[in-house]
Write a protein that binds this ligand. Structure first.
Ligand code: ADP
Ligand code: MG
Length: 138
């Protein structure tokens, strides 16, 4: 099924100048960039975006990390975009990520793992609308 997903280059990925490499990888894998912007989240924004994790022990640390610098959210589309993006990103913990995945190549730790990707059609819908208005998605 042709679908859309939300990807974010996290503050560590932006700070390491990996934006170009990451976007290239998405384009090489058949994704079209339907929308893109660069911004800095407030703590409140980051808490809202990650509300599903609010009871987790790493929640505060995750919010601190996600607000330490600019991020680049993007709407990506292709066949099976959600699953395919998760595949290209690799496992949450870079130690478990497959060779050639973004997290295997670039991530420092389970927290500082370079990219975010929606994990279901429901989360993609919420996360896309969190960052983009319908008229910003081409
Ligand atoms: P994913 O980003 O792979 O979907 P989760 O949704 O489980 O992973 O977690 C959201 C984010 O929270 C992760 O990408 C990572 O930055 C951080 N995180 C997850 N688990 C841990 C952990 N055990 N310790 C620290 N940070 C974590
Ligand atoms: Mg997740």
């Amino acid at each position: 099924m042709f679908e859309q997903t939300l990807s974010i280059i996290k503050p560590d990925g932006v700070a390491k100048n990996l934006t170009g490499n990451i976007i290239q990888l998405f384009e090489n894998n058949g994704f079209e960039i339907k929308a893109i912007k660069k911004l800095i989240l407030t703590k409140k924004n980051a808490e809202s975006f990650y509300y599903v994790h609010k009871e987790r022990p790493f929640f505060k640390s995750l919010v601190d990390f996600m607000t330490e610098g600019a991020i680049i959210p993007m709407v990506l589309s292709r066949e099976n975009a959600i699953l395919k993006n998760r595949e290209i990103m690799g496992a949450t913990n870079p130690k478990d990520a497959a060779e050639g995945t973004i997290r295997k190549m670039y991530a420092e730790s389970i927290e500082r793992n370079i990219v975010h990707g929606s994990d279901s059609p429901e989360s993609a819908k919420f996360e896309i609308s969190f960052f983009f208005n319908y008229f910003e998605i081409i």
